[in-house]
Design a protein around this ligand. Sequence first.
Ligand SMILES: C[S@@+](CC[C@H](N)C(=O)[O-])C[C@H]1O[C@@H](n2cnc3c(N)ncnc32)[C@H](O)[C@@H]1O
Length: 444
Amino acid sequence: MAAQAGKTREQLKEEQIIDKERFAKVIKAIGLKVPVKQISQIQKELSDCLIVIPKFKVVKGIEGDDARKCVLMRDEAREKVDAYAKEHGFDTMEHTISLTYDNLTMSEVLKELLPPDIDEIPSGFETIGDVAHLNLTGKSFELRFLIGQVVLDKNPMIKRVVTKVGQIESTYRFYDLDCIAGDDSNLETTVLEDKVRFLVDVSRVYWCSKLGSERNRMIEHILKEGEVLCDMFCGIGPLAVKAAVKKRIRVIANDLNPACYEYIQKNIKLNKVEKLVVPFNMDAREFVRQCVNASKDASQTKIPEHMLRFDHCYMNLPVDAVEFLDAFIGLFKDANPKVWGTPVKLPMIHVYGFTYHHEEGEAKKYFTERIGKAMNYQGFKEEDIAFFHNIRTVSPQSVMYGVSFRLPEAVAFSDQAKPNAEGGAGVALYEEFEDEGRKKIVKQ
Ligand SMILES: C[S@@+](CC[C@H](N)C(=O)[O-])C[C@H]1O[C@@H](n2cnc3c(N)ncnc32)[C@H](O)[C@@H]1O
């Protein structure tokens, strides 16, 4: 089946309906009649001869014979099965099996349906709740409805199948998606991560299941009970809500994307952490500035008094969170000592970023320099970094790292003008990042 250019989405969809009848076929098998008690032993001994077909039972009853059952073996293994039957005094019988579309695996169906010159036969996919997330390109994209239907049919947990279309949305970090199978009326799904439930609309917000272990590292090893976390780019709240549920961490959580704000509110409610997580919807620089300034005049903010001083700042916008560090320059000069203490106990910063450097030493050197530049503090040294973590390899060109350090006093109390909400401190930094297919020039 070849998709042709110029056809509408609807025409393609109609054309790419699977003819399931074409998969019907009858195959030959040998039935080995064995005593009921010996079935598992024989299945072990002849494991390489057994018929393996999805949704198909290889052990069949024999009419009028309660003491024995028939174990079905591959016709190609006839010689070995016959020898085994003879040696143990078992009978055999000829058998035919009628196979349908339902008896084939996803790869078997795709192999048969897709043209041989297809770029890549999809063998797996990412799941977000009950949504299967594919990344189809070229000819596979043209045949997306066919592929989507097979994925849906062959994976009972999946209710909708989507594929990425084009590049990642630059600010809010979600992909344009085409729903290629299942109910496309909305793309909201529920993700369960370590017993914490998250509602996610995959077409409007960022979600990455692969960061689950990093969230656990933060919760288990970094955040301590009773502490306050300032999550500057919180998304729909995977860390904020999970930290509150798992460790009773209090969180002020912010994201610029209005859809994230809508969903974090839902997730706070869903997990009953209304008293622990307070959501905001604004630019991260403006947010952190308001948080610290609120220590002087709490009437201007909805941050509860017991969350005005935060212990940690979590900055998970790897493409350019580092450049947001300018927001901390001089930020604590006017912090209220009654809230922040004397001397002020400055927060730990946990910032994420991408780099081309795979070698850890090189990557650390790179981030030290970049962080120092962003904070306009040349004194920032590798020794100032408390934790340096390789999070994951995103592509052959790009590795994601997490860097933790205590905000240096020289930055927090700097006399340089505080940056405004829109702009940075004027750092001259040029770097090209490859971020899951998207290139961004960070340039100020
Ligand atoms: C990579 S996502 C991470 C979200 C969340 N921490 C998670 O792990 O799912 C980065 C988030 O930053 C948000 N964002 C982008 N620019 C922002 C800004 N200037 N201020 C606040 N949030 C921003 C995006 O909307 C997105 O949800």
